[in-house]
Design a protein around this ligand. Sequence first.
Ligand SMILES: Cc1cc2nc3c(=O)[nH]c(=O)nc-3n(C[C@H](O)[C@H](O)[C@H](O)COP(=O)(O)OP(=O)(O)OC[C@H]3O[C@@H](n4cnc5c(N)ncnc54)[C@H](O)[C@@H]3O)c2cc1C
Length: 394
Amino acid sequence: MTHFDTIIIGGGPAGMMATISSAFHGKQTLLIEKNKRLGKKLAGTGGGRCNVTNNGNLDDLLAGIPGNGRFLYSVFSQFDNHDIINFFEENGCALKVEDHGRMFPVTDKSRTIIACLEDKIAELGGQVLTNTEVLSVKKKDELFQVKTADTSYTSQQVIVTTGGKTYPSTGSTGFGHEVARHFKLAVTPLESAESPLLTEFDHKALQGISLDEVTLTYDKHVITHDLLFTHFGLSGPAALRLSSFVKGGETLQLDLLPHLSSQELASYLESEREKSLKNALKAHLPERLADYLARDYPEKVKQVTPKELDSLLTKIKALPIKVTGKMSLAKSFVTKGGVDLKEINPKTLESKKVPGLHFAGEVMDINAHTGGFNITSALCTGWVAGSQFPNSWL
Ligand SMILES: Cc1cc2nc3c(=O)[nH]c(=O)nc-3n(C[C@H](O)[C@H](O)[C@H](O)COP(=O)(O)OP(=O)(O)OC[C@H]3O[C@@H](n4cnc5c(N)ncnc54)[C@H](O)[C@@H]3O)c2cc1C
């Protein structure tokens, strides 16, 4: 069979959910994925545990999607994160909530989520072709022609869910942007988002240290979340979130103990004056970080002069870190930019110029924070795109 009502290109979260929705709405549906397996990028999220959604309210969702989240108002009114949670629970895949509302399968295995989506596609009669790359999409006489290396498929409707352009080894290489350009739709410039930060800092001393709930500040942007020192700079959610607001050349301030004021810290140190400074700091900070901070000061707390105390408190509460750049697009987590939202109807996700052509997921100019927000956007837009019927059928 080479004719389908709906063909979906790309089997990430957006494509799998679009396939489920399309088949659920009674359409003959084909999903084409170039990898051997579906959901390769999804499998790597949440450290391999699959951060499938976030359990926040609508305001939390919009705050978690700094890149054009408002475009999704109508999508979320049709299918939102709570529908995602219900979907998995109803289909035998129990979820649990972790910090910052992040949701994972109770099994802590991405495979569980992907298997649940695959099983649902099969149950609803959606067809899946893996190991098959779509080479071109054209439209002739109201029908789309979707070409792979050995077959030409036709359909009334195409949903492009090929993702962005980060981690190209997962299959997301920007093919959907080419499809958009073929149909003369605008694509906004692509940039790294949720990118680890390259910094000018003593990386060797701090590499590998991870911190819970620190505050990273640049200008009016204040982000409290976990942070990781790496061999090149900063990673972890706090750095990834701040990456949307910097390019290189900026100096960030890191508050290592945001829950304690400078005054509280000074009183604490006063109460520990007989201790070594290193040991006093270790009560609040990881050992290597305490060593690093204490190395420029006298050994004992009681030997620290008022001027030295001021300088130490500044290092703990506002450690300056100079950003020299961001990781390349390929090594960032999310793509900022994509198919221009002016081209897309926010209710149906259909192209305004090309009837029957839909977009869902990261291929669109929408970028969110890690923490489940991109995946929420992908699954919800996938559902909505899959539930549409081309006008010619109505
Ligand atoms: C390491 C990492 C960690 C992340 N962690 C998080 C997180 O914790 N929370 C969060 O919200 N987001 C996270 N993200 C982002 C999230 O994974 C993506 O936003 C999401 O997967 C996008 O879904 P999608 O379906 O739009 O595209 P993708 O998941 O990129 O899927 C697109 C699919 O299309 C296929 N494809 C492309 N071209 C073709 C073609 N020509 N023919 C056939 N198939 C094609 C690809 O092979 C791919 O499988 C992370 C990303 C990375 C890289």
